[in-house]
Design a protein around this ligand. Structure first.
Ligand code: UN1
Length: 505
């Protein structure tokens, strides 16, 4: 696979330092291997952080915060705009690198960079619109209002499946808020992080700013060190529920804030009155996109009796013919899993499903290598099948037959995560019941749209073990700022709230 080479425009070397503090690159820790999951060959190596390196990054981000927070927000937005411009310029090579390093198909790799561009544009707009409410004071000649201040240096821990976009949701919004950022990328995709850090440096250094965006590649210990450091008022972490529980607990123990975006076990409900073609296409993208390795991946289809048979057949056909292979080949729909460990997890889940009596309708096997390929796998399960409760980060879709909407909603909500959900129906009443307070318990609820592929303009995240955080659009920026309630007395009296009297004479 000759074309599996790192795009030259990104100016990456086979051995890169993975620590960038205040614009200076240096790292002394263990080497992290960047592997191409398609060929199982090494793409490059990135030197990770030692505890001293991490300390240096935190100190650098803390001192950069002192000057960055003083800049008017629209000026900060201007720098984010320039980063967005640069990302537009690098969309193709960076998209290819993302595809190479994490194995998602090229269109999704480029889509991920587009997601960064979109959030940059959004953050630029925010830089002129973030503001606080003025609230009615109960006291005469008083004005009460809220204002939002920069929070501090923020730790951002990201996962392999969106190696760059999720950083941008956090970092670009945090930057316009006046925060500086320390990025701990997944140890499985360190090279994409180095490429993005270089793009940020290229923009900010000529402007005399360094230390706003910092990189701290490393393993688990690096993440742990960042989580416990009291100088970081906020840790935003994306990844497994297990990781989120550890980070969240460590941050809470020091009274810090965490913003968690963890696993999902997302379902699509298909009712008898659904447009089946639409449902089919949405389920295919939702379950097979990114080889089933999105937190928003469709993992369960809850189909009503009269459409169950037809939908199962159509899905099985489509699963059998979906092209699995080189993510850079335009015909491919399903690339490899991230690594061999992920293949092992896939095989164990299939075996567990089979042992529990579930029927494998399509797929179930792993490829013979090289590359960590698996077959798109469709499994007919029952409501009580235990493995269905688990999020297996692989293209496995469980199909469950349901009587009607109430049963579907109850099954959908019975898992421990609450990220994304969808219903396919042409009934207004069913759609509204799915969206009302007794309907879906997830952070995202869609009608006639699948569970994955959210736009950046909405707040992204979910409930229960998904962690409760909200990132990207809407008012998610508030997580990166501290709120201050201010009351001004412009009168000559000092009335007390709640009618309390405290007369001195
Ligand atoms: C993730 O998998 O962590 O909604 C993020 C989506 C993407 C983001 C997924 N925009 O599928």
């Amino acid at each position: 696979m000759n074309h599996h080479t790192i795009p030259a425009e990104l100016e990456l070397k086979p051995l890169e330092p993975g620590v960038c503090s205040n614009g200076e690159w240096a790292a002394q820790g263990e080497e992290l291997l960047s592997t191409d999951p398609t060929t199982s060959k090494e793409l490059a190596r990135v030197v990770g952080a030692t505890p001293e390196d991490t300390l240096r990054v935190i100190q650098g981000a803390q001192s950069a915060f002192e000057s960055w927070k003083k800049l008017p927000a629209p000026r900060r937005g201007e720098y984010v705009r320039l980063i967005g411009e640069e990302l537009r310029r690098y969309k193709k090579p960076l998209g290819k690198l993302v595809s190479l390093e994490c194995g998602k198909i090229l269109s999704e790799g480029e889509g991920e960079v587009q997601e960064m561009i979109d959030i940059a544009d959004f953050a630029v707009g925010l830089s002129r619109t973030i503001g606080g409410a003025t609230l009615p004071s109960e006291r005469p000649e008083h004005r009460m209002f809220e204002q939002w201040h920069p929070l501090g240096p923020v730790g951002v821990i990201t996962a392999f499946n969106f190696p760059v976009a999720v950083w941008s949701w956090n970092a670009l919004v945090a930057a316009i808020c006046g925060d500086t950022v320390i990025w701990k990328p997944s140890e499985k995709t360190p090279l994409s992080a180095v490429a993005v850090q270089k793009i940020c440096n290229k923009v900010l250094e000529p402007e005399g700013f360094s230390g706003v965006f910092n990189l701290c590649a490393g393993g688990r210990e690096t993440g742990e060190q960042i989580a416990v450091d009291e100088r970081l008022p906020l840790i935003s972490a994306t990844g497994s529920c297990r990781m989120g529980r550890e980070v969240g607990t460590a941050v809470a123990a020091r009274m810090g804030r965490s913003l968690l975006e963890l696993g999902g076990n997302n379902a699509v409900i298909v009712l008898d009155d659904a447009d089946l073609d639409l449902a089919l296409r949405a389920v295919l993208f939702g379950s097979l996109g990114t080889a089933g390795q999105r937190c928003t991946t469709t993992r369960r289809v809850l189909a009503q009796k009269n459409v169950f048979g037809e939908l199962s057949r159509k899905l099985a056909d489509a699963y059998g013919s979906a092209v699995v292979g080189d993510p850079l080949d335009p015909q491919t729909l399903v690339g490899p899993l991230i690594d061999e460990e992920a293949v092992g997890t896939f095989l164990r889940a299939v075996a567990t499903a089979r042992d529990s009596g579930a029927e494998i309708l399509s797929g179930g096997k792993a490829g013979e290598g090289p590359g960590s390929f698996v077959e798109p796998t469709l499994i007919r399960a029952e409501r009580g099948t235990e493995i269905v409760q688990e999020e297996t980060f692989a293209p496995i879709l469980y199909l469950i037959e349901v009587d009607g909407l109430d049963e579907a909603i109850s099954i959908q909500n019975s898992v421990s995560q609450g990220l994304s959900s969808a219903i396919f129906t042409d009934s207004l009443r069913s759609a509204e019941r799915f969206l009302c307070a007794t309907g879906s318990d997830c952070g995202i609820a869609n009608v006639n749209i699948g569970t994955s592929g959210a736009e950046i303009g909405g707040a992204f995240g979910g409930e229960k073990e998904t962690g409760g955080g909200r990132e990207a659009g809407s008012d998610s920026w508030k997580a990166y700022m501290r709120r201050q309630t201010c009351t001004i007395n412009y009168g000559t009296e000092l009335p007390l709230a709640q009618g309390v009297r405290f007369d001195i004479d």
